[in-house]
Design a protein around this ligand. Sequence first.
Ligand SMILES: Cc1cc2nc3c(=O)[nH]c(=O)nc-3n(C[C@H](O)[C@H](O)[C@H](O)COP(=O)(O)OP(=O)(O)OC[C@H]3O[C@@H](n4cnc5c(N)ncnc54)[C@H](O)[C@@H]3O)c2cc1C
Length: 534
Amino acid sequence: LTPTDCDVAIVGYGPVGATLAGLLGRLGVATQVFESTTSVHHLPRAAHFDGEIMRVFQQLGIAEALEPLVAPVRGMHFVNAAGERLLAFDLPDGVGRHGYPDGFMFYQPELEAELRSAVDQLLSVEAHLGHEVLAVEQCAPGASLSVLDLTTGQARTVTARYVVGADGGRSLVRRSGDFGSDDLGFDQPWLVVDTVLKRPVDLPELVLQICDPARPTTFVPMANGRRRWEFMLLPGEDPIGMQRSASIRGLLQQFCPHDDLEIVRAAVYRFHAVIARRWRDGALLVAGDAAHQMPPFLGQGMCSGIRDAANLAWKLGLVLGGRCGESLLDTYGAEREPHVRAIVELAVALGGILQTLDPDEAAARDRLMLDSPTPPPASPMPPLAPGIFVQPSGGGICPQPALPRPAADAVLLDDLSGDSFSLVLPAGTELGALPPWLDQWWRDFGGRIVELPTGTELGYHEEQPVLVRPDRYIFGAGDPVELVTSLHDALALHPAGAPTPTVGARPTGTPTPTAAPTARPTPTPRHMEKEAVR
Ligand SMILES: Cc1cc2nc3c(=O)[nH]c(=O)nc-3n(C[C@H](O)[C@H](O)[C@H](O)COP(=O)(O)OP(=O)(O)OC[C@H]3O[C@@H](n4cnc5c(N)ncnc54)[C@H](O)[C@@H]3O)c2cc1C
């Protein structure tokens, strides 16, 4: 087999590429990242991420560093021009089911800097800044990339088993393969204005979607004194003219006196709703904005991309570690596409409420929503379907309790699960017996077992034992031996072929390749061992 320069080449070092690089690096996968710019993009786009995403940052080891940089968010209200509440997404105070507040406001350049410094620690990842990928072509056993070093002007070819396009909305990788795209018919320019408050100002602490037909507007209380307003451009308005200081000041006037804030930037974005039809074409995959774009009314574009990275990383790890065949990678799009689609559709529907310009229609909308209030969906996050989990108990995200310890601070569940699959057991669960070959498989696989301390509840599926995937989604709930058996069988549906060597790979700590057995030897019972919470 022809060796490749690296296992995974990631095109694009935005938040999604950096997250994927970090997660792959933790698995020891030989990864190269190519990014055309030379430093973190200095302007923020995303302003919000949710508690689930903080868990990915926790896995990457940056949750603590982010703490002073983020602020919990209280929720989002849709209000009409008179300030009456049409729809409320309220978030509870304090820690939620993810072990963190349910939502955070943040400043994107600071987050990206933290992500990159986490990646810098990982031996198996090389990030090449100032390197533009000019072309991507599939060639056995993977793909080749033409890379231009923008500093020296030198071009070279890099080969990889897999190429992941985390290269944003105009993705070259997506255009280089057969991915297709589904346009959900949303195309609207908005002016985004970021400001810093010069002194404390009495502004709402919630995200406000102001459904004023005269000018639909979004207000976002970002972290650390930053405030954002987004103004829908009306038909016929000139995007360039609207970015001029006089126009911006005119728009801000009704919300905040000029002297109280400094305008740090203004930019017009066209909000789209597009989803790739396929997420893998042979050795090419897409993630983040390269795979989907949505209007930002739910603050979920980057979050969805980070979920893509979390879903894809462990699957690439299993395939490249020789444990599974590459058909496992088809479960990536199968699981992620319906999840993203549900979020994009909700964002488009909310955009429809917000962007009503006809005053009569807006008045009718207000009457309807005020007279018969619609509760927002309990969770806009659908479970995954279908993929590597057992139904009906699998596919949801595992809650993350803090686990008390006798002589130490509480520890968060994910810190015990690490980057592995883990069985999470209610206190005192009797572990059944695994046949020795399966016991050995689970050990080789790096599976962990965590027993919750007495009195700690997980809050999932009637407190049954659960098997949790490395991306924190639940594989299934029920009898532990049956769960490990089902996991083995689910992965064995993707049998491994021979691994392809990597040229000059750095020491990676990649697990010893072991193909998933397809036939089971005669069972002889043996007990699995639990890891104590200490
Ligand atoms: C106004 C606005 C508000 C938003 N608010 C939110 C929010 O609150 N919450 C949220 O979750 N999301 C939000 N989003 C969406 C979020 O910003 C994006 O989804 C996210 O930044 C996408 O990340 P990415 O890594 O996929 O792509 P990008 O951030 O676009 O990164 C792609 C990278 O690839 C590089 N690249 C591209 N082509 C090449 C090439 N050929 N060679 C080398 N490098 C290349 C680019 O230079 C870039 O650095 C918002 C978006 C907008 C516009």
